[in-house]
Design a protein around this ligand. Structure first.
Ligand code: HEC
Length: 223
C-alpha cells in the first residue's frame, strides 16, 4: 500500500518533529522538518469538487483494457459485479429509490450510477483503493482511463470516445449528485458540561425493543 519505506519513515519523523515542537522537553531536537518531497506520496486526496485532481488524462478505450485485465474478475465484464463484489452499473436511481422507500434491501442494486455523487470522488477511490489486490498501483493516467471506462459502463456518460481529465470529471454530473449536500448547520462551541448537567429529571420515552436486550424495566411516559 505504501509507496516506499522512505515516505513512511519520513512521516514518522514528521510526527516526532511536530511533537517536539509542541512540548520542548526530553525529545527536543529529535526529528526533522518534513519536506514537500516526502509529503507528496501521501497527498493524494481529491475532493468532491475536483480540488487536487492531478494533471493527466485517459480515454474510455484505454480504460477498457485496464478494466478487463485488472477489474473485470471482480466487478464483471460489463460492470454487473461478481458474487460478493459490487456492481459498477446498478439499478437506475429512480428504481433504487422506489425499492428503498418500500423498505426493500437495495444493497445488491447499488452502483456508480445511483450511489456516487461526484466523479472526482470516484477517481480518488479508484486511484487510492483499486485494484483490490494492488491499491495505488495505477498511474494518474491509468486512473483517469479506468474512471472514464467505469463511468461509461455505469451509463453515466455515453460517449465511447470520451477522454477524461480533471476538467471532464469536474463537469460530469452524476445521477445521484443531488443526494449529496453540505450540512448547512453552523459549528457550535458550547462549553462542555461536566457536573449536574441535567436541570430536570430525564424522562424515558421508550425502551429498546430489539429481542430482549434492553436496559431493564423502564417506565414509559404516562405509565
Ligand atoms: C479482487 C477483487 C477486486 C478487483 C480486482 C477490483 N476490485 Fe474494486 N472492489 C472490490 C471490493 C471488495 C470492493 C468493495 C470495497 C469496500 O467496500 O471496502 C470494491 C469496490 C470498488 C468500487 C466502489 C464500488 C461502490 O459502489 O462502492 C469501485 C468504483 C471499484 N471497486 C473499482 C475497481 C476498479 C476500477 C478496479 C480495477 C482497476 C477494481 N475495482 C478491481 C474488489 C475488487
Amino acid at each position: 500500500m505504501f509507496k516506499s519505506k522512505t515516505s513512511k519513515s519520513a512521516l514518522v519523523a514528521a510526527l516526532f518533529a511536530a511533537s517536539s515542537m509542541a512540548f520542548a522537553g526530553p525529545y527536543d531536537g529529535i526529528g526533522k522538518q518534513i519536506t514537500d518531497e516526502a509529503i507528496k506520496p501521501w497527498d493524494i486526496s481529491v475532493f468532491f469538487d475536483g480540488e487536487n485532481l492531478p494533471a493527466g488524462k485517459g480515454s474510455v478505450a484505454d480504460g477498457e483494457k485496464i478494466y478487463q485485465a485488472k477489474c473485470a474478475m471482480c466487478h464483471g465484464e460489463f460492470g454487473e459485479g461478481a458474487k460478493g463484489y459490487p456492481k459498477m452499473l446498478g439499478d437506475k436511481l429512480e428504481i433504487l429509490q422506489k425499492h428503498a422507500k418500500s423498505d426493500e434491501d437495495t444493497v445488491g442494486a447499488r452502483g456508480i450510477n445511483n450511489l456516487w455523487g461526484h466523479a472526482p470522488t470516484l477517481y480518488d477511490y479508484i486511484r487510492r483503493a483499486m485494484p483490490f489486490f494492488a491499491p495505488q498501483s495505477l498511474s494518474n493516467d491509468e486512473a483517469y482511463a479506468t474512471t472514464c471506462y467505469v463511468l461509461y459502463i455505469a451509463e453515466v456518460i455515453s460517449d465511447d470516445k470520451a477522454v477524461c481529465d480533471a476538467d471532464f470529471l469536474k463537469k460530469t454530473k452524476m445521477p445521484a449528485q443531488d443526494n449529496y449536500y453540505t450540512d448547512p448547520r453552523p459549528d457550535v462551541k458550547n462549553a462542555r458540561c461536566m457536573k449536574d448537567c441535567m436541570k430536570e429529571e430525564p424522562v424515558v420515552k421508550g425502551k429498546a425493543v430489539i429481542g430482549d436486550v434492553s436496559v431493564g424495566a423502564v417506565k414509559k411516559v404516562g405509565e
